[in-house]
Design a binder for this molecule. Sequence first.
Ligand code: NAP
Length: 230
Amino acid sequence: MKAIVTGATKGIGLAITRALLDDGAQVYALGRDMTLLENLPDYTGRLHLHTADLTNTDLTALVHTAAKKMGGIDVLVNNAGITLAKNLEETGTEEWDRLMNLNARVPYVLSQAVIPYLKKHPRSHIIQIASVVASKGCAGQSAYVASKHALLGFSKSIAKELQPYGIRVHVISPGGVATDMVSSVRPDIDTQELIHPQEIADIIRFLLAQRGNAVIDEIQVRRETKAPFA
Ligand SMILES: NC(=O)c1ccc[n+]([C@@H]2O[C@H](COP(=O)([O-])OP(=O)(O)OC[C@H]3O[C@@H](n4cnc5c(N)ncnc54)[C@H](OP(=O)(O)O)[C@@H]3O)[C@@H](O)[C@H]2O)c1
């Protein structure tokens, strides 16, 4: 397996990177601050680090470089994301643009750029890390929710477009996960109650292991203390 993972330096992306490496994959890991990844054990040349602000980079060139380094690409994980806890009246247009850029535009450009590589494999995957709020909405986070709703709608559409090529598009929609992102906007939540990043990585492992006729389009994940089917 040859995977690009965005936002690999910490939180959910770091857990995904570790899981894929542990399963024998090559990973082209992206982030701005690579110090955490540099501490990972030696994966005998299977971990490729690339530092970039994805909102300010030639993403198509980046994908070509990743493909050259790994000898192809069969998995893209669009995980990098930022949030904003502000009511609409406090949200600036620049903040809206920043969220839409990283959370929706970057996955759009990266998904487009990897298609020629994914088509070369009989089965390949694009995995989008959205959020449970993408479909439910959330007071005080309208810009974040809008960006994740855009990602969800985009993903549903390309899943249909790419189906004939054996490219599976999966959306993971987590509730609260114990990462820096949640600590910054919801310090009130007891981190013991939150989903562990490793649990999201394990779901991705499960998705990638599916080789039969069953395909999972979206997985919504809630923390145990939240009401079921709410
Ligand atoms: N935590 C949750 O409760 C939760 C719930 C639902 C969905 N999600 C989604 O899960 C994804 C990962 O979130 P997380 O909780 O793991 O957050 P996190 O710990 O804050 O990690 C975010 C990652 O995104 C990267 N990133 C941020 N801005 C970037 C930029 N401009 N260019 C390149 N990389 C950038 C960060 O890299 P740097 O090292 O460069 O900062 C970091 O690796 C996000 O899409 C988030 O919306 C999270």
